[in-house]
Design a protein around this ligand. Structure first.
Ligand code: SF4
Length: 204
């Protein structure tokens, strides 16, 4: 919701205030969904050998790349796990792909079959997840990091959490939430309307 608001307040209005549902083609998300589901079963120790046989060649290659990733090979604490925390007056949260650990070092994993956000350190997802896990662990960790695993170019983007980032993240999240509650115009600030699912509807 926060990300949608950042992209376009008008889109936020359609989606979350007016609750206008626009059918979307699921095709572009199919590969990502399969890899996320497999990863979740795998981390829970479920035998996935039969599911693996249903993967296409490209999906198998992507899956293998995740299996080979050193972060994915760490011990799993949680998989597909819903976490939230309260920032000022606002509850924020989301569903993490996985949390893994190595001794007292914890890593939030986010698998990307597409691309990593442009400014990953300050992406809403990064900020909310790190703040939520920090609260969940209650400071009982040595290091806490967010790892975007890019399965396309096989690179990891690691963001290490610290007290400076924590204060900055809380400030930014609170600002976005305050903007949402005080907004009653929901004006557009998006330049890429042609890629928006509400484009036809929006221009009526
Ligand atoms: S079409 Fe453009 S202005 Fe309208 S909701 Fe989508 S992004 Fe916003």
């Amino acid at each position: 919701m926060l990300k949608t608001y950042q992209t376009c307040p008008k889109k936020f209005f359609f989606k979350y205030i007016e609750r206008v549902n626009v059918p979307l083609s699921g095709a572009p998300f199919e590969k990502g969904k399969k890899i996320h589901a497999l990863a979740n079963y795998f981390l829970q120790g479920i035998n996935i050998s039969r599911l693996e046989t249903a993967l296409s060649d490209n999906e198998r290659e992507v899956w293998q790349s995740l299996l080979n990733n050193p972060f994915f090979q760490k011990k799993c604490l949680k998989s597909e796990y819903q976490l939230s925390c309260k920032i000022s007056d606002f509850w924020v949260g989301g569903r993490l792909d996985a949390v893994v650990f190595d001794g007292d070092d914890y890593f939030i994993l986010d698998y990307k079959t597409g691309s990593v956000p442009k400014n990953p350190e300050y992406d809403v997802q990064t900020m909310v997840y790190l703040l939520s896990l920090d609260r969940y662990l209650n400071g009982k960790y040595n290091k806490l990091s967010f790892v975007y695993i890019n399965l396309k170019d096989k690179k990891n983007h690691v963001i290490e959490f610290n007290s400076v980032l924590k204060a900055e993240y809380e400030k930014r999240i609170e600002e976005i939430c305050n903007k949402i509650v005080s907004d009653n115009l929901y004006n557009c600030n998006e330049q890429n309307c042609e890629r928006c699912e509400y484009s036809k509807f929006c221009q009526l």
